[in-house]
Structures are given as C-alpha cells and as structure tokens.
Design a protein. Structure first.
Length: 527
C-alpha cells in the first residue's frame, strides 16, 4: 500500500501545498511483559486489543534526505490497523480559512481510495521558538555510532567524530529538534577553555556559535533560545577546580565578550545536576565567584533542584533559575515543604525564574513523556501546566539516549519507558550493537516520535498563551486553561486524592482545540 498527499485549498485561491504535508507510518513498540514506569494509560492493561503494542516512532513515507520512498509501500495484515500520521506545516501569513483536499491511497491490484482531509487555519502567526526557552540534550556520540560508527574511540574518551558525514547527520537531528521548538544546544562549537587561563582568542568560538545565535544555521532562520557556558557551580570539575581569582577573572572575560557580541542574555549556567544537601554550599560558593566577575551572571545560573524553606537562604543568592521536576513541585508527593503555587510569588518578586524538567519518573496522575501510554496528549498537557504554573523554560535530559541493545525498543534502562528518547535512529546498519532501526528503515537521519509531535504542540500552545498574556489577557487565558488543567498531580504516600476542582487535568482534545480558538480570537480582538 502507498499513500500520498495533494494540495489543500480554501476555495478562494489560497492553498497549503503538498510539500507542506508530511506523511508518516506509525511503528509499534511491544510493551508485553514490560513493568517499567509508563504514562497514565499504559498497555496492555488498557489496550482495547488486549496486546502490548503501542505506536510511537513515525517513519516518513518519503525519505526527507533522499526523496525516495522510505516508509512505503507497507503491508497491512487482515484484521489489523496501521495508523498514519499527517503533519501539516502552515507557513506564516497563510490566510485564515478551512483548507480541504485528500490523501490518495493505492493498493495492490489497482485499488485506490481518496481520504478527505480538512485543516482549519486561524488568522494568527505564532511567536517562534524563542517564546519559551528549552534546554534538551542531544547525545551526539550515540547517534554517530549508530549511523556511521566512530573513527577514534577508547573507552570513556569517545567523542564526536567531526568528519563531514558525521556533521551532516548531526545537523539533521539538530534541525528536526529545532523544527519542533526544541533547543538541543550547539553541537559544533568548541569553547575557548584552556585550564584556568583567561581566554584571549575568541575567533574560532565566535565563528562557530554565530550561525546558531543569528539563526542562519537553521532552515527556518530562527535563532537558538540559549547557549551554555563552561561554568558548572558545585560540580567539582572543570573550572570549579580553579582558584577563586582565576575563576572570577575567567567569568569576567566571558561576560565582557558575550555582552559585546549581544549573546549574554541567552546564556544558561548549568550548576551541579540534582545536587544533594552537601553540594548546595559549593554551588553558592562557585556562584559567588562567578558573580564577582560580573553580578549579572546571577540571573543565568540554573540548577535542577526545588526551592524549600530550608535551602532558599543558601540558593537564592546563587541561582536565578530553579528547574524543578514535576513531582517535586509543591507538597504534592510528600517530598516535604517544597515551594509550590502559593509560595512562588515571593520568588518571582525577587526576580527568580521557574523552569520544569521531566525524566519520566512520575507516576499517575502526573503527566509524562513516557512512551507507554495510550493518552498521546500527556506531553502537551505537561506544557499547559508549565505555563499555568508560570514557568519560563523547560529542560529534558536527552532526546537520543538509546538502549544500545535495541534503540527502537521500550527503552527501560532507568525503569521508565521511553526515557531519554524522543528521536529514533533512522538507519539499520547497527554499527554499535548489531541492531539499529527495523529492517526497511534506512534513513540517514532521525526518526521522530509521536511524543515529539505532542511536545511541539504543547510548546506552541505555551507560546500562544504567553502571547495572549503579553497583551493583557492573562486572566482570560488562565480561566480557559483551567477548564483542562488544575494541577500537575496530587499524590501522597497514601494515594492521590482529587483536588477541590475535581480533576488534575483533562485529556480532551476537542476541548483543547476550542480553548486555542478562543485564545486566538481574544488576541485578534485585543486593541
């Protein structure tokens, strides 16, 4: 069977061209016997077909890098379903209206069928990806090893092979993430760090970084949302091993240079990851050295820890951004007196920012990025909740941390399904472990997941809500979002009692579409 898309027309001379429509064949993961953490509606327990198969990887029907058929023709066995996914890109400036057309399906024996397609376009251009800062990691080494192998590798000393073929495939991953409003950082930038010496030659760094930050690196011309710098307060390695005087001098030099280039506002200083109590004073110490170089660094120091009455006296002078795991927000999971919705106004008034991060570690009723759930809206709802709780950024620890034995499998290395995998490797050479993608999938680049699409949808909604808020419509939008979202979760060790409003969140795609339309109409009607 083969499927193709035609133009969609509004009947008034405007069209969404077929080139803006991308078809995918959904590939299945088998969760039979898998006991790792999933989402709120895991299979096989909730499967209407009583099996453990669930679609996630989206195989393009046409190879986006070669132009030939890739995910088709495909077979559909009797009494089975083969889902397809249609991705529609609506270019900026497209006139509002209903655009209709068809998907053309052909089968063996000359059988053919047209499936009607209708897309409603609202008369508003969304803000670009810079509306929400995202900090998603991309494991370049893993993807290079799966696609091309690596030419020089010795134990822990393995690092990215910089040959042109490797660069090309990494850029494809960067581009796909970027097109979904996800910032995976800058893969091909070497920072001018020489032990504890103050950098003096920035030319190579500037030449490599500039295309990312002015947008010329990407097909859509939209710049990166952030850049990292070589400071890691409290981590105990790298510049943390320098003396106070050396650290401060380097911090000053970096601030002076980045400000001169107009890049400083996008810097993120990633402090020690998920620190224990003993590490907090070390974070504070290194941050004070950083701020001695330039006090403006404070607003850019981020750490994956939750504020509490016990730690804010240490961390407030050291951090500008608290990046909080969903289950560690408020007292909803018996983690102690962690700051939540009622407490954060005091931190916001001090200029602190709230980010959220996800590691698939939440159980119901928390929404997750987990691959084992029949509710595909969970990632989108997570972004609605992040906006509602007034976060300004989102972090995810990796998008391509594949299982070396089976990169297209359940990915349960951390007892969490799909953790660290939003993109799949598109080749099946199996250069690392003898097993890459399934036979017949030979794309020299990334394969998106259904969850990736839902993350993008949530980030688009976040940008829409923030745009409305900037136009003085915050109260209106919050009332609309509250029809779907109440809180991220509410579990204690004794269970998950329902909140006063009667729900944590509602997975209702039709209601969410209505809310989007209402918000757009409010924006268009605003003075």
């Amino acid at each position: 069977m083969k499927v193709s898309a035609g133009d969609l027309s509004d009947g008034a001379g405007h069209a969404l061209k077929a080139a803006e429509l991308t078809l995918f064949r959904e590939a299945f993961i088998d969760f039979t016997g898998v006991s790792a953490h999933g989402g709120n509606v895991p299979v096989p327990a909730n499967s209407p077909s009583a099996d453990g198969k669930l679609p996630d990887a989206l195989v393009p029907l046409i190879d986006p890098y070669g132009g030939a058929d890739a995910g088709q023709p495909f077979d559909v066995l009797p009494d089975t379903n083969q889902p397809l996914f249609l991705d529609v890109h609506v270019p900026k400036g497209t006139p509002a209206g209903t655009y209709t057309g068809a998907l053309h399906v052909t089968a063996m024996g000359g059988l053919a069928l047209d499936v009607p397609v209708s897309v409603s376009v609202l008369g508003l251009d969304l803000p670009d990806m810079r509306a929400v800062t995202t900090h998603f990691k991309l494991s370049e080494n893993d993807l290079i090893q799966y696609h091309h192998g690596i030419s020089a590798c010795s134990g822990s000393d393995c690092w990215l092979d910089w040959n042109p073929q490797s660069r090309a495939v990494v850029k494809r991953y960067e581009e796909l993430a970027h097109a979904h409003r996800i910032d995976v950082g800058q893969s091909f930038v070497t920072e001018p760090v020489d032990a504890c010496k103050v950098p003096t030659d920035w030319s190579t760094y500037d030449a490599a970084l500039a295309p990312y930050l002015d947008g010329s690196y990407f097909k859509d011309g939209v710049p990166s949302t952030r850049l990292t710098v070589p400071f890691s307060p409290g981590a105990g390695y790298g510049l943390d091993t320098c003396s106070q005087a050396e650290y401060t001098a380097i911090a000053k030099a970096w601030a002076v240079h980045l400000k001169a280039k107009g890049w400083f506002d996008r810097t993120v200083v990633y402090a020690a990851d998920e620190p224990d109590t003993a590490t907090l004073p070390k974070i504070a110490l290194n941050s004070s050295w950083l701020q001695a170089g330039d006090p403006d660094w404070l607003a850019h120091v981020m750490d994956t820890t939750a504020p509490t009455p016990a730690n804010v006296s240490t961390l407030n002078p050291a951090l500008g951004i608290y990046c909080v795991a969903l289950a560690w927000y408020d007292t909803w999971n018996d983690h102690g007196a962690i700051y939540g919705r009622k407490d954060w106004p005091s931190l916001f008034s001090q200029g602190k920012k709230l980010w959220f991060y996800e590691s698939n570690a939440q159980d119901a009723p928390y929404v997750t990025f987990a691959s084992n759930t029949l509710d595909g809206l969970e990632p989108t709802l997570m972004m609605w909740g992040s906006w509602y709780e007034r976060a300004s950024g989102f972090l995810y620890w990796d998008v391509a941390a594949w299982d070396t034995k089976d990169p297209w499998g359940p990915a349960i290395a951390f007892d969490k399904t799909g953790d660290g995998v939003l993109l799949y490797p598109g080749n099946h050479d199996g250069l690392l472990a003898g097993k890459g993608s399934p036979a017949g999938v030979a794309i020299d680049g990334p394969i998106p997941s259904y969850r990736l699409k839902m993350v993008r949808q949530g980030l688009q909604d976040w940008a829409l809500f923030s745009l409305a808020e900037s136009k003085g419509l915050g109260t209106t939008v919050r009332a609309e979002v509250a029809k779907i979202y109440s809180q991220l979760g509410g579990c204690t060790y004794a269970g998950c009692p329902q909140p006063a409003g009667g729900f944590f969140w509602k997975s209702d795609e039709a209601a969410m579409a209505t809310i989007r339309k209402t918000v757009v109409q409010a924006i268009l009607a605003a003075p």
